[in-house]
Design a protein. Structure first.
Length: 118
């Protein structure tokens, strides 16, 4: 058996006021996941919790993201979260606040039989 990539989901999330990086990251992952209804595992006779999800979040300040809060968004399977530099932070005119935009990518893998060649 081999862990094979079967799905790539992408999303974007924002925190309009408050520069809450975790809120933007959580919204980005929800955007990626909530536009889909993956029945792939069930269709292959596997339980949905057999999925392994590798989440990558892009924000300007990766250290400001609570990775456990992002991971808690996953409805099925096990997952990992990797936060990298990306996204946007747009300060307001007064310089007292900003809007944060986060990007999310979720790679779903299933442990499938290896392909055979003749």
């Amino acid at each position: 058996m081999t862990w094979k990539r079967v799905v790539l989901e992408i999303g974007m999330g924002t925190d309009i006021r408050g520069a809450d990086y975790t809120k933007a990251a959580v919204r980005a992952l929800r955007d990626a996941l909530w536009h889909n209804c993956l029945t792939l595992a069930n269709g292959l006779g596997m339980p949905p919790d057999s999925m392994r999800v590798e989440v990558t979040i892009g924000v300007p300040r990766p250290e400001k993201v609570d990775q456990a809060a992002v991971l808690a968004v996953l409805p099925h399977g096990t997952g990992t979260v990797h936060v990298v530099e990306g996204g946007l932070e747009i300060p307001n005119d007064a310089g007292t606040d900003s809007t944060v935009m986060a990007c999310a990518a979720a790679v779903v893998r299933l442990d499938l039989p290896e392909e055979r060649t003749a």
